[in-house]
Design a protein around this ligand. Sequence first.
Ligand SMILES: [Zn+2]
Length: 456
Amino acid sequence: MLTRLTLYDTKNRKNLEVQDQGGVVNIYCCGPTVYRAAHVGNFRTFLLADLIRKTLELNGLEVILVQNITDVGHMSEDVNQEDKILSQSAREKMDPFSLARKYELIFHEDLALLNIAKAQMYPRASECIALMQEFIQELLSKGYAYIGGDGCVYFDAKSSSNYGQLSGNRLDALKPGYRYEYTEDGAKRFHADWALWKLATNRTEMIWDSPWGSGFPGWHIECSAMSLKYLGKCINVHVGGIDLRFPHHENERAQSNAITGDDSIQLWSHGEHLLFEGRKMSKSAENVLLLDDVIERGFDPLSIRLVFLENRYRMQMNLTWDAISSAHATIKRWRALVSPYNAISGSKNLEILQTFNNDLDTPNVISILRRAEKDSGQNQAQKAELFLYADKVLGLDLGRNDPIKPLAESLKLLLAQRDTARKEKNWAESDRLRQLLEEAGLIIKDSALTQEWQWR
Ligand SMILES: [Zn+2]
C-alpha cells in the first residue's frame, strides 16, 4: 500500500517517501538558462517537477515550488567559456537583459502549452545578486571559501566533508580540467574548486559591485542562495536533469550544506536524457526539437506530454515523430470518450493513485487507461470517471470537448501579412494569403475593420 509518493533518490540510490512539513512539500527545480528557447528535452525535466507536484496534490498535500531563471553566470563549456547570455546577445545584437526576458517569456508560454502548472516563484539570478553576495560572504567567514590568486572567490571543495556523495565522483579521483573550471587552474588551490564570484576583467556588461571587486556570480551559488532563501533550510525535493547531477548539483549541495551545517535537501530527483530520432538533441547535430516545431506540424502540444508520460522519467527515451503522431491520435480519441462527461469530478481511484505514488509509474497508469478503454464491462460514464481522475496528474485536458489548436508562428505571420495587405487595399495579395490560410485549415471571416479566424 503506497499511501504516499515515493521517489527514487539519487544520493541514497533507492526509493524514499517524500516528506512534508505540516502538509506542505517544498520543491526546488533548476530552471532554464534563458539564452534560447528551451527544447523539448529541457521540458521533460520541467514536466518531472509538475508530475511530482500534481501527484502530491492528488495525495491531499500542498506544494510550494520555486524555479530559478538563470540569466547570468552560466558559462558555455567550449574553449571560449563565455557567458551563454552575453554570447547570444552579441549574436542577436540585442541587449542581454532584453534577450533574457524574451526567452523567459517563451519559456512561460511553452510551460502553459504543456499544462505545466506555474511555480509560486521564478527568481531571476540577476535580481538576486545581493543575496548571492551574502551567501558568499558567509562561506568566506566560515572558512569554506577563499580568494584565489586572480582575486576571484572560490569554494574550497576539500572543505566539504562528504563531497561526491550525490554523483559518486570522489575528489581524489577527479581529474583536473573538468569543463569550464579549467582556465582558473593556477588561481585556485585545487582543480576541483569552483568560482563563487568572478571578477569582471574585460567584461563590461552584466557586472555588479561587490566587496571583492566588480564582477558576476558563478552559476552554482545561484541555486543554493535561492533555494535556501525562498524555501528555508529544509527542502523536501530537489528536481533537475541528470546532466546537472555533476558538477552543478554536487557543488550546490556542498555550498548549501556548508551554510546550514546539515543536508538541506531531503531527496534529489533527476530526470533522464531524451534522444530525438535516436540521437542526442544538440544544436551542433542540428536536431533540436522545439515545441513550436511540433505545433507547426499540426500536432496538439500535449502529444509531447503524453509521449513523455508513456516513458518512465528515469529511463532514457527516444522521441520520434511517429510517437508524437500516435499520441496526438490517442488524445483525440480519449477526449471524444471523456468530454461528454466532463462535469464528472473524477472520484478517487486507489489503483491509479498508488501507481502514481510508485515513483511516478506513468507508463503503468497509461496501460490501465488503455485496458479500461477496451473493457466492454464498463460503461462510458465509468470510464470517463477513471480517465478524469488520472488526468489530474496526466494533464492531457481529456475533459476538453473543443480542442483549440494553438496557432503556429507561420500562420500568425500569414494573418499579419494579410492584415497589412488589406489595409493597403492590395486585394490580390489578400486573396492569395486567404487561400494559403484556408489550405492550412483556417476559416477566415472579414469585417470592415478586422479579419477573424477559426479552425475548420
Ligand atoms: Zn540549479
